[in-house]
Design a protein around this ligand. Structure first.
Ligand SMILES: [Zn+2]
Ligand SMILES: [Zn+2]
Length: 509
């Protein structure tokens, strides 16, 4: 409905709160094919379903699927989109039965602005009121798409609890991680040059191209686990000029980390108390790029405000080497359409000889196998990660008593593996994860397998792709359902953990 614009019915909030929309590449292709079918001059539209999460900065919304119009649902004679009463009612009813939100997306003619028209305002005002009552208070989302020779543009707004929030970013997840910025929102990219002379990323630009360099500058990368693999990854991404970081780690730096920790200097060993790992990595990133925006959280990905901040990211690097961390990444890839690369290392030795130097890299994305399909999840190990210290002591005691009686102690307590990790391997693994992140964000290259392992000490590096398990898995369900899939999560914060992480600094704009 590309007529003269009016903003009277739909006043947007002006306090910085906004909406981020995520969609899978295959869904976006199908949606665009539908919306642009009467191009270049005539519009088209559809209702759609979405999941959502309300956060401190606004709403993270994820596309679930189209509620496609049937033959008489839209008026084919009209140049603009006109929804029939039957179609409206079908959409309203699905709002009360589907368990997810309902929105509208329509196209504007090729070459037109995506500024909402007065008719769009009328439509959104009506749908927002009806749908919020049919859904029992879920948000209502309205998007406008346009494509022409110059490319794609969009705008959007979301009604929630009496207010209208602007949609700022559209993330598309697939072989390439695409980021589109709303035509109606001011840009927040960091368009700066550090030096008057040669660009500090001249070699990267020569290899990946200038658009890729700009793509990295406009990206936000989350790093969960800021130690052996997380610090080299953050270091390299800072040098590649990634513009924004969300750093998450619960621990303070310890002297035994120094051998593989890229962010500490000698003096840090004398600090009392020792600094948090996220503070030291933030300092390193800032020393490389003072323009980088950095959010630091002392905590765990399962805490509420950590997920909120991670949902602002283009991509997450999972550098924790924990089972629950992997399950979390797998869940949010499916439910929130938030992609990630998980990296883990495993070393072992005997009498001064190193026998295992394993690195495992796994890509999580809504269209890829989940952590359970990949068969990498040991639920017993995850249970141990969630035990209280008291529980661990009791279990250990029970195991010792069982052993004394001549029984197998494993049913009581399986000792956690002592991680023998050394800097050259964690650095290699972290650097590879950073490289694959750059490749995925820019589309320049991809991991050779969705998941694979290799061993530095083996012939031909012992590369093994981890094939997805063939038996049943229900991970193809409730994709994009966000918080509405809460009861289908495979992992949740144990009740003895604090609900929120400590936010040390915020780089959000
Ligand atoms: Zn319109
Ligand atoms: Zn699965």
């Amino acid at each position: 409905m590309a007529l003269q614009s009016s903003i009277t019915k739909v006043p947007l909030v002006r306090d910085g709160r906004h909406v981020i929309v995520r969609i899978q590449y295959s869904d976006r292709k199908r949606l665009e094919k539908h919306l642009f079918q009467r191009y270049p001059d005539r519009e088209w539209g559809t209702f759609f379903h979405f999941g959502f999460r309300r956060t401190a900065w606004g709403i993270a919304l994820s596309y679930v699927g189209g509620l496609w119009p049937e033959s008489s649902d839209l008026d084919r004679q009209s140049d603009i989109v006109e929804f029939s009463d039957d179609y409206n009612l079908r959409a309203f009813r699905s709002g009360s039965t589907s368990g997810v939100g309902v929105g509208v997306v329509h196209s504007h003619p090729s070459g037109y602005s995506t500024h909402p028209s007065a008719l769009d305002d009328d439509m959104d005002d009506y749908f927002a009121r009806e749908l919020s009552s049919y859904t029992g208070g879920f948000p209502y989302c309205s998007l406008i798409f346009q494509r022409n020779d110059q490319g794609f543009s969009f705008s959007g707004r979301v009604y929630d609890r009496g207010e209208w929030l602007p949609v700022k970013t559209l993330f598309t997840t697939g072989e390439v991680l695409q980021r589109d910025h709303s035509e109606l929102m001011p840009s927040d990219s960091t368009g700066y040059e550090w030096t008057d002379g040669e660009s500090t990323t001249a070699r990267l630009e020569a290899l990946l191209g200038e658009p890729s360099a700009l793509r990295l500058q406009g990206s936000c990368v989350g790093i969960i686990g800021c130690s052996g693999t997380g610090t080299p990854a953050g270091h390299l991404l800072a040098r590649a000029k990634v513009g924004e970081f969300v750093l998450v780690d619960p621990q303070r730096f310890a002297p035994s980390n120094h051998e593989r920790f890229h962010a500490s200097v000698y003096d840090d060993l004398m600090s009392n108390p020792l600094d948090y790992k996220v503070e030291l990595l933030a300092r390193l990133i800032q020393s490389v790029n003072p323009h980088a925006r950095i959010t630091t959280l002392v905590g765990n990905a399962l805490q509420d405000n950590v997920l909120d901040e991670l949902l602002r990211c283009d991509l997450i690097l999972g550098c924790t080497d924990t089972v629950h961390g992997r399950v979390f990444l797998s869940d949010v890839a499916k439910h929130n359409l938030l992609p990630s690369i998980d990296v883990g290392v495993d070393m072992d030795g005997d009498n001064g000889k190193v026998t295992t130097q394993l690195t495992q890299l796994t890509r999580y994305s809504p269209e890829l196998p989940c952590a359970f399909c990949n068969g990498v999840i040991d639920t017993n190990e995850m249970a141990v990660e969630f035990m209280t210290d008291e529980e661990k002591r009791l279990r250990e005691k029970a195991a010792l008593e069982a052993e004394a009686r001549g029984e197998k102690p494993d049913s009581y307590w399986r000792r956690q593996r002592q991680m023998h990790t050394v800097g050259y391997l964690t650095t290699t693994a972290g650097a590879m994860a950073a490289g694959y992140a750059e490749g995925w964000l820019t589309g320049a290259f991809a991991m050779p397998h969705a998941a694979f392992q290799f061993d530095l000490g083996q012939e031909r590096l012992g590369v093994v792709p981890t094939p997805p398990r063939q038996d049943y898995c229900i991970c193809g369900q409730r994709i994009g359902w966000a918080d509405q899939a809460q009861s289908y999560r495979n992992v949740a914060r144990p009740t003895h953990w604090a609900p929120r992480a400590l936010l040390l600094s915020s780089g959000a704009v």
